[in-house]
Design a protein around this ligand. Structure first.
Ligand SMILES: Cc1ncc(COP(=O)(O)O)c(C=O)c1O
Length: 307
């Protein structure tokens, strides 16, 4: 259960958490017509700082653009809204959820008739797949559900409606006793987890599916590619099959929520590392160091919430 924080930003106003309500006739509730982001704010020695905030806000705007949603705020206004909300809620570390939805006003399948309503929520969210998972890794199942593709619901946009596809995969994996799902595309190549990108490590090299395969253009994925290259690893974006997952030396998920979470098993096949492998550990450490502001060269990824 999410613990309430004090305020929610709703269309330019800070309202009490308990008053952050919408009408049942909200268009997005019926037709999935919303776009959203997931962002983390980390405690750093210079105070709370939001990780790659501008990139997240830009992606929100791109998602909105795809769905013909005119967001009535500039990127800078949304950046300020996120910072102000963390400040007013007095949080040192948290998750942020900007959300733009087709709101109350019209029904039917033409979304443009319903107004765009924008909000930002924050709450304290620990390790998405569990603290222990960060060390011991998770067990994943290749889903029988295919990922929505570029000509169905473009996977590059984070639209609320498309996440029922991820939900199907996640429920299937959990009911079968696994921790997470990995979805393939319609040509059988790996895309991503229900809410994470995937990397494999083999012979000291990293590989991750290209965006064209149908994964989200993950911001943690991008950060990890940069960190890995800076650490001297070769990183390629190439189509991966399930065989690549089963036979990897190491594999890990990346995502705002999941951060860098090792994979221990895929479809009951233990990976060679049988838990968090050495390359995953090094990259995970570098990621947390960067996110907590402990590495000078990545300070630009952090937006302080200010005082
Ligand atoms: C389907 C999917 N893949 C990957 C990711 C990871 O993206 P990011 O690192 O930008 O959070 C997410 C989370 O937003 C996601 O929902």
């Amino acid at each position: 259960m999410i613990e309430p924080t004090s305020k929610v930003w709703m269309d330019g106003k800070l309202v009490d958490w308990g008053d952050a309500r919408i009408h049942l006739l909200t268009h997005a509730l019926h037709y999935g017509t919303g776009v959203f982001e997931g962002i983390r704010c980390y405690a750093t020695e210079r105070g709370p700082a939001i990780f790659r905030l501008r990139e997240h806000v830009r992606r929100l705007m791109r998602s909105a653009h795809l769905y013909h949603m005119e967001v009535p705020y500039s990127e800078e206004e949304l950046v300020d809204a996120c910072r102000a909300l963390v400040r007013v809620n007095d949080l040192s570390a948290c998750y942020l959820r900007p959300l733009a939805i087709r709101g109350y006003g019209e029904m039917g399948l033409n979304p443009v008739l319903a107004p765009v309503e924008v909000s930002v929520l924050t709450w304290v969210w620990g390790a998405f797949l569990g603290e222990e998972a960060l060390e011991s890794g998770v067990r994943a199942k290749i889903s029988s559900w295919k990922r929505n593709d570029h000509n169905m619901l473009p996977p590059g946009a984070k639209a609320t409606g498309q996440y029922i596809n991820s939900g199907l995969a996640k429920m299937e994996a959990l009911k079968a006793g696994y921790d997470e799902a990995i979805m393939l595309n319609t040509t059988g190549h790996v895309t991503d987890g229900s809410g994470e990108n995937v990397f494999v490590v083999r012979d000291g090299e990293l590989a991750t599916p290209p965006i064209s395969a149908g994964c989200l253009d993950g911001i943690t994925r991008d950060s990890v590619m940069r960190l890995a290259r800076d650490l001297g690893y070769a990183v390629t974006e190439r189509d991966l099959t399930r065989f690549d997952l089963y036979t990897a030396d190491e594999a890990f998920f990346t995502g705002t929520a999941a951060e860098v979470t090792p994979l221990r098993e895929v479809d009951d096949r233990a990976l060679a590392s049988d838990g968090r492998g050495p390359v995953t550990k090094e990259i995970q450490q570098a990621f947390f160091d960067a996110a907590h502001g402990r590495i000078e060269r990545y300070r630009g990824w952090l937006t302080p919430v200010g005082g």
